[in-house]
Design a protein around this ligand. Structure first.
Ligand code: UD1
Length: 430
């Protein structure tokens, strides 16, 4: 089993290029098969989740041609099967986007119930409610969600909760429904806007993405396009917090600073300097970190996908901090691992009360999910001694070359595959 071996203590210093947004890419790849013409997608992150999505698309006859590591040419013209039953697809939550895409284009789809990170109950009732409002018959049989309609008709849909997944999924289906759909209480995340822009570049008529009311005039056909995916807000934020936690000086490049505002604001609050330029943000952590309070919220609030990373930073910040998780109910599982590294954190329901400690100490720990895994790596980079992180397959779902990028900033981190390799790492770093 692959692990990360980390020797902490080096401040991260330098520049790092941020890749395309994983969560935008997953929806955009699914949406690509809604046309029979060719679609070229650039800035696609080469991570496990996007690769699983591409495999799923190929499994139903979608044409996928890799131009280079971050560019893919696709077409839905040869799709012959509307059933996504691949075991792989259970591994990614975003498999539900194929439901919206296939339902929109073919008015029929069957997709295995989604999996993804185990961070709490993750219902899909709002997706189903949206599809039903568009006139689809939706049922769950033998672990599959089956959606079909003679015709999809636009409708007025009010989302009971702000959900990125359901907003995008319903937008996909509604893009090819008859008449107008209005989604109210829509999610406003940058990747919702990116998917709308992508669909519009294929001839869809979507307005209002990025606000809480999205209006979609259905079209009967979508055409080919060339599109570049936006930078990954969470990958950028993770490196920004890695700079803070290791007392470093890191510039994240190829980002949209506006998307990082809630992250930058919290870093400044805890004592970092944050400099923004057109497409880069520099984080300098020259002073000791201080405590703060934070609550995760839908965009433009502080992202739930950055909650473990900020908790790791606050664990080393002077004073008492409170982190409230308002999106997912079971997203503090990693705290046990962090406690093994010396953190002083008490979790009560959806709140973590953190008493800052002076240092973390290296330990053998496991990544419980994608973002928590990345956060524990950051803790290891700041810790005294060696940290070994297990289950890095979770981290590789969403971070491309995480160890390589960290090494380029001066981190001592290596992927090891056996006890022997781990011993070699220990000998090398002394
Ligand atoms: C997506 C992201 C994930 C991120 C999350 C919130 C992808 C592949 N994943 O997940 O990284 O943490 O947005 O930014 O893009 N909900 C319902 N009913 C539904 C759908 C959601 O009650 O039908 C609830 C969820 O339980 C959760 C909240 O709505 O409490 C937000 O979920 P949602 O935004 O849909 O998250 P995901 O799409 O699962």
């Amino acid at each position: 089993m692959e692990q990360y071996a980390i020797k902490g203590g080096n401040p991260l210093v330098g520049e790092v290029e941020i890749g395309g947004a994983k969560n935008a890419a997953l929806a955009i790849l699914a949406a690509s098969i809604m046309t029979d013409e060719t679609v070229l997608i650039e800035n696609m992150p080469d991570v496990r989740d996007t690769n699983v999505m591409l495999q799923a698309i190929e499994s139903i006859g979608g044409i996928v041609e890799r131009i280079d590591r971050h560019t893919v040419r696709m077409s839905g013209r040869a799709i012959k099967d509307l059933v996504i039953e691949d075991d792989f697809i259970k591994k990614i939550r975003a498999s539900y986007y194929l439901l919206g895409a296939l339902l929109g284009k073919y008015k029929k789809a069957q997709v295995t119930l989604p999996g993804g990170c185990n961070i709490g109950l993750r219902p899909i009732d709002q997706h189903i409610k949206g599809f039903r409002a568009l006139g689809a018959d939706v049922r769950i049989e033998h672990g599959l969600i089956i959606a079909e309609a003679e015709k999809l008709r636009g409708n007025h849909i009010y989302m009971d909760v702000v959900t990125v997944g359901a907003t995008i999924d319903v937008m996909l289906a509604a893009a090819m429904a008859e008449g107008q759909t209005i989604i109210e209480n829509a999610a406003k995340e940058p990747h919702v806007v990116d998917v709308a822009n992508f669909l519009n570049s294929m001839g869809a008529m979507i307005k209002g993405a990025g606000t809480d009311v999205i209006r979609i005039k259905g079209v009967s056909k979508l055409h080919g396009t060339e599109y570049t995916i936006i930078p990954d807000q969470i990958e950028a934020g993770t490196f920004m917090f890695a700079a803070a936690v290791t007392k470093g000086d890191v510039t994240v490049k190829n980002v949209i600073p506006k998307h990082l505002e809630s992250i930058s604001a919290k870093l400044m609050e805890i004592g970092c300097e944050v400099e923004e330029s057109d497409d880069a943000v520099r984080v300098v952590a020259a002073k000791p970190l201080t405590h703060t309070h934070v609550k995760t919220l839908p965009y433009p609030g502080f992202p739930t996908d950055m909650q473990p990373q900020i908790t790791v930073a606050l664990g080393l910040s002077k004073g008492t901090s409170i982190v409230t998780e308002s999106i997912f109910e079971n997203r503090f599982k990693y705290v046990d691992e962090l406690t093994r590294m010396g953190a002083s954190i008490k979790v009560e329901g959806n709140t973590a009360i953190i008493d800052g400690v002076n240092k973390y100490t290296g330990a053998s720990i496991s990544a419980p999910d994608l973002r928590a895994g990345a956060a524990l790596v950051i803790a290891g980079l700041a810790a005294e001694g060696t940290t070994v992180v297990d289950d890095i397959k979770f981290i590789e779902r969403g971070y491309e070359d995480f160890d390589l990028k960290l090494r380029s900033l001066g981190a001592q981190i290596e992927k090891v595959n056996s006890e022997r390799e781990l011993q070699k790492f220990r000998l090398k770093i002394g």
